[in-house]
Design a protein around this ligand. Structure first.
Ligand code: NDP
Length: 340
């Protein structure tokens, strides 16, 4: 299958295009900027499944009225180390931006703090959410759910979201170590891109409507289900994430998000949990960073080993110079969405 031709955009052009499209379709300036920041960061690091690729979904939810494009997220205190952002039915990026500094301040004053984000619509990659906290010297976690796409261990019915979790660990003077992974064998966006581009997906990605293993992305997306990564171990991570961002913080489970959804193709309505830890408030305030470096150095002595996040860091040195390649059909679709 031939690869579609691409349009090369600078990162500023990506941001401007996303901002224009969101604004024309009903976002206020703050919400449009926050979502455009998120999309541009994904394009900058070449995480294509969470960059401009997501913009038509964001726009669908503005047009359907599911998402409040003028949301005013508010920070509330639930306990000294527990904060909440009431998301006002908006997209996640502005709620996350509003909650970040208060979360960091509470982590420093209490040693550890949690931020629950409620009533938001999440469609993005989580690394961009833990990275600023870890760059600021805090250990950080983020968890969110999705729609029910992934089977439980031993099951055939999709019940869990692809439920990503991200973890960031600071490295003073260097970019933090950040990993961010879906609890499905493959992120849904990657399956959608494989379907779009006519590629198969690796064995173990999912099952078809009849419960049979398949490498056909369309069979997984149309009535099939995704498999958790690593069998029952990944299923337990997905289960944990459901419990953290549903019952714990008082928001939707993935299947509840689906039942309440209008099927506009945009993000689910639900919650997110973030945790931040100040390493200087634990047992080795002066030595933790060097101790962690000893591990990283030992790992990297071995050929073929890299740290999670290293691929993105290489990419972000290139894209400001080379720009990013956006498939021509996607670019044309976004340009059309700018003309309401
Ligand atoms: P990947 O499997 O591509 O990568 C997972 C992690 O492993 C990344 O941190 C990656 O770092 C790291 N990694 C990959 N290869 C290696 C290696 N050889 N050595 C060391 N580390 C490695 O991600 P997923 O497909 O699981 O998830 C993709 C994205 O989808 C995530 O950003 C996630 O947040 C997002 N997502 C969002 C959802 C939502 O509803 N909002 C739902 C589900 C997923 P690197 O980037 O450097 O390769």
């Amino acid at each position: 299958m031939p690869t579609a031709s691409a349009v090369t955009l600078t990162l500023d052009e990506v941001h401007a295009l996303a901002t224009r499209c969101l604004t024309v379709n009903g976002c206020d300036a703050d919400n449009a900027r926050a979502v455009a920041d998120t999309i541009t960061a994904a394009e900058r690091d070449i995480c294509a499944s969470h960059g401009l690729f997501r913009l038509p979904g964001y726009i669908a939810s503005l047009r359907s009225g599911k998402v409040n494009g003028a949301a005013k997220p508010r920070v509330e205190e639930l306990a000294p180390a527990v904060l909440r952002v009431a998301g006002d039915g908006g997209f996640a990026p502005l709620a996350l931006q509003v909650g970040r500094a208060p979360l960091a301040a509470r982590a420093r004053s209490q040693g550890i703090a949690a931020l629950a984000l409620n009533d938001i619509h999440h469609f993005a990659a989580l690394w961009a959410e833990v990275e600023p906290l870890a760059s600021d010297g805090l250990v950080a976690f983020a968890f969110t759910a999705a729609f029910p796409y992934v089977t439980a261990a031993g099951g055939r019915r999709p019940i869990f979201g692809t439920n990503p979790m991200a973890f960031g660990f600071p490295r003073p003077g260097k970019p933090p170590m950040v990993f961010d992974q879906a609890s499905s064998a493959l992120a849904r966006g990657e399956i959608m891109i494989a379907a779009r581009d006519g590629h198969s997906v690796p064995p173990g990605t999912g099952i078809d409507a009849g419960g049979n293993d398949t490498t056909d992305p369309n069979a997984i997306l149309d009535g099939g289900a995704q498999s958790p990564f690593g069998g029952y171990k990944g299923a337990s991570i997905a289960l944990m994430v459901e419990l953290l961002v549903g019952p714990l913080i008082g928001d939707n489970l993935s299947f509840e998000a689906k039942e309440a959804d209008n099927d506009d193709g945009g993000p689910p309505r639900g919650g997110e949990l973030m945790l931040a830890i100040d390493p200087s408030r634990f047992g080795d305030p002066d030595g933790w960073a060097a101790h962690a470096e000893a591990l990283f150095e030992r790992m990297l002595e071995e050929e073929g080993v890299r740290l999670p996040g290293a691929r993105r860091h290489v990419n972000r040195t290139r894209t400001p110079i080379d720009g990013v390649r956006v498939p021509e059909p996607l670019h044309a679709k976004i340009v059309a969405l700018c003309a309401v």
